[in-house]
Design a protein around this ligand. Structure first.
Ligand code: GUN
Length: 281
């Protein structure tokens, strides 16, 4: 079994970005919008802000009260769309229930959509042509597979989870690399039987330790996208690592696997958008 080290891989990406930004007179800039007081979202946004500064990217965090209206939020996005000093816009999800997330994402200019969530970028990824940016978590998974020379071509990739943020774009990316892709979810019958035919098993459900060794084929690659905390504050992935690891050829730990890659991909996307906007890509 080989442990897929997201931290080391992310560090390589950060170092490369830092080297590139050092030579730039005008730094790339990302604006991050956060609405309300969700503690997990606040932690993520602070991490993004801190990391951006470390790698030579300007970061502007815009905080709004829980009760902001749809119109106010959309008008802020318009303002950022028209602001030449901002290259990348991210709206931290989830948003409060009274806001229409789709309409807000749709307002972001596709060329500033650092999450790759805008329908233009999502559509391009689905078609298999290059988007301005691709969603950070699935991009992190693909980067790890590449780093460890795991070629998805001809392999059966099973994804458990059907989110727009992770599973659907990941399915498209794996398909573009010629994998045979199956998406499973909470209503899937015979989940265990399907999962145990996977050469590459990706789990993105947010339910701690649901994948045990009977879900895993001997020698499979197991990628754990999940992260949750139990009541004692202990961090768990969606995969019962101790139970599964010895059966796998490669496995990602939690923490230190996919999660470690997400911010690296966000910074990479920010630099990419900066270059595209300057006609350098
Ligand atoms: N919330 C959880 N993951 C993400 C992400 O990748 N982007 C944004 N904007 N919000 C998230």
């Amino acid at each position: 079994m080989i442990l897929i080290d997201g931290k080391t891989t992310a560090k390589k990406v950060f170092d490369k970005i830092k080297t590139e930004t050092e030579n730039l007179e005008k730094k790339p800039a990302i604006a991050v919008i956060i609405v309300g007081n969700d503690p997990a979202s606040k932690i993520y946004v602070n991490r993004k802000h801190k990391k951006a500064k470390e790698v030579g990217i300007n970061s502007l965090v815009i905080e709004f009260d829980e009760n902001i209206s749809q119109e106010e939020l959309e008008s802020k996005i318009n303002e950022l769309n028209n602001d030449d000093s901002i290259n990348a816009i991210l709206v931290q999800l989830p948003l409060p229930k009274h806001l229409n997330t789709y309409r807000i994402i749709e307002k972001i200019l596709p060329i500033k959509d650092v999450d790759g969530f805008h329908p233009e970028n999502a559509g391009k990824i689905n078609i298999g042509i290059e988007a301005y940016a691709a969603p950070c978590t699935p991009l992190g998974v693909m980067t790890l597979l590449d780093e460890y020379k795991i070629n998805p071509e001809g392999k059966h990739a099973v994804i458990i989870g059907r989110s727009n943020i992770v599973s659907k774009p990941l399915a498209s990316m794996l398909l573009s690399k010629n994998a045979t892709v199956t998406i499973c979810h909470s209503k899937t019958q015979n989940l265990k039987e399907i999962a145990s035919t996977a050469d590459i098993l990706v789990v993105a459900t947010g339910k701690a330790n649901i994948v045990t060794s009977d879900y895993v084929k001997q020698g499979a690659v197991v990628i754990d996208v999940g992260i949750s905390r139990d009541k004692d504050g202990k961090i768990h992935g969606d995969v019962d690592f101790d139970n599964v690891a010895e059966k796998t050829s490669y496995i990602t730990p939690v923490p230190g696997g996919v999660g470690a890659m997400t911010i690296a991909m966000l910074m990479q996307n920010t630099l990419r958008l900066y270059k595209i906007q300057r006609g350098q890509k």
